[in-house]
Design a protein around this ligand. Sequence first.
Ligand code: S3P
Length: 436
Amino acid sequence: MKVQSESQVVIRPARNIRGSVTLPGDKSISHRYGMLAGIAEGTSRLRNYSSGADCASTLACMRALGVSWKLNGDGEIEVEGRGPALAAPSIALDCGNSGSTMRMLSGIVAGQPFTSEMVGDESLSRRPMERVIQPLSAMGARIESQQGKPPLRITGGALQAIDYKMPVASAQVKSCLLFAGLYADGETRVEEPLRTRDHTEVALRAFGGHVERKNIGVGSEVRIRGGQRLRGIEARIPGDLSSAAFFLCAAALFPGSEVTLPNLLMNPTRARLLDILMQMGLRISVTQLEEIHGELVGSLQVEGGKLKGTKLAGADSAALIDEIPVLAAIAPFSEQGIEVRDAKELRVKESDRIKAVAANLRLMGAEVEELEDGMKIPGGQSLHGAELDSFSDHRIAMAFAVAALRAEGETLIRGAESAAISYPAFFKAFETLAER
Ligand code: S3P
């Protein structure tokens, strides 16, 4: 790989993938711990906090809300919790590229008796916020937006608990409402149509909160009482499984690959990718399983085999929403190809990920059928190197670095610096694994 300028990389094809990578802390957990540590009482020490720019946005917003924190070296963040009452910000809360920051933090600022302005970059400014505006308004917050999009101006205060059935399965919306529920009078109940990642429920318990959840068919309900006090924790955040997905899929491309990923998050609501990759032919073994603050962590050893195809729909598409771009990027090299349905949410992520994946695969010479809610990518195709674009989307930049490993010739990825949104050291780690 050559880093040609700050914004583009060139990936050469590889013969094999071998080695070990330690992943930065999980992005979803880092956001939640960063926010909860701020509204808890006492000090929290968070080791292996995500190095991604998104989680730095969360910490910057917390600082603007009066929370003190410092870096202790070795990636440990020490946060001085303020308790539930934050300080009125004198600047806009800049969420950068991070939908998680804006959506989840809006639940906390909705409980504060002042006005906060939440802004984001160009991509975030295009993303739908109605999904949090509507239920937070029903709880009593006053919210102004640009036709349901950022910037948001939230005037919070006394909130009423809500019983809310989410129309879209979204962990961010669920988390927003559980956070707002902490500030509300009464018991808030959130029902999700499909089970989404449960890090907020797990984290709230880790910080001493009480949350009840139960399955309802393929979905679930979560209940939280207002007025609870949280206390700070000491934690090591497990490695990000969605970042590991790029190495797992790279390993799946080579029958002789051997990759070790220590200290990885294994939360069952996030680990569906492992089942799918095993069905597709990757051999995976897990050792050193342990539970840290309710989150399952383990070390993964993976070996490539023959790559089979798969079909993703329904609950699988929701569970794999962040991993679909990289699964799609390896799809042409599989025997039967990959079909993805029920993944319309991909259109409103950091980029329109269905469009971005289809455009890049086509530039590499692949046949792709784009669907409104997914895509069909036939297997048994060979790709050639091309000049691709990241669409300013971290997961698109990293997904196509993986596809480039099996292409004929070099692939140039413009806007590769987007990887830093979740994984600044990605290309460096990637190169240590590639054998040429
Ligand atoms: C996230 C939830 C998902 C995911 C995002 C992170 C989270 O979004 O795509 O990258 O940390 O809760 P939705 O909840 O909107 O589906």
